[in-house]
Design a protein around this ligand. Sequence first.
Ligand code: DQA
Length: 159
Amino acid sequence: MKIAVIQGPNLNMLGIREQHIYGPMTLEQVHEQLKNAAQQNGVELEFFQSNLEGEIVDRIQECLGEVDGILINPAAFSHTSIAIRDALSAVSLPSVEVHISNIYKREDFRQKSITAGAATGVVTGFGPFGYHMGLIALMQIVSEIQASLQAQEEQQEEA
Ligand code: DQA
């Protein structure tokens, strides 16, 4: 199973930016921990971070036929980007949106995620551990999809 991990703007500044909100871990450290968890479950991760909306749209489009699911923190673009939402809808892959902070506890403008409407589910407010939660949820969803596809194939073979 292959999962793309897509990180939006300013997440490359983790460990430096607003530590009282996002904690002390760097993005590299978050990814390292996630990689270990994935390896233990036989999952391959592909990491991508960009501060540019169009690059994130491109990366999501590239996921089609390449990965089984998307773990994404669109960061500030969550609150503004119809283009990222449309890209997620277009590829129609299972996806989990992660926010390190609890966006519902924060400023009004953060309390609406435009992109979340295209995600299978959302994890918000559990710090970097939210990426683990999202990964576990994705592994479950992808496994269920793969099992039901296989069952369909077997039924067709029998018919
Ligand atoms: C964030 C929340 C967003 O509102 C913010 O713009 C971010 C990070 C989070 O992970 O908590 O950059 O997505």
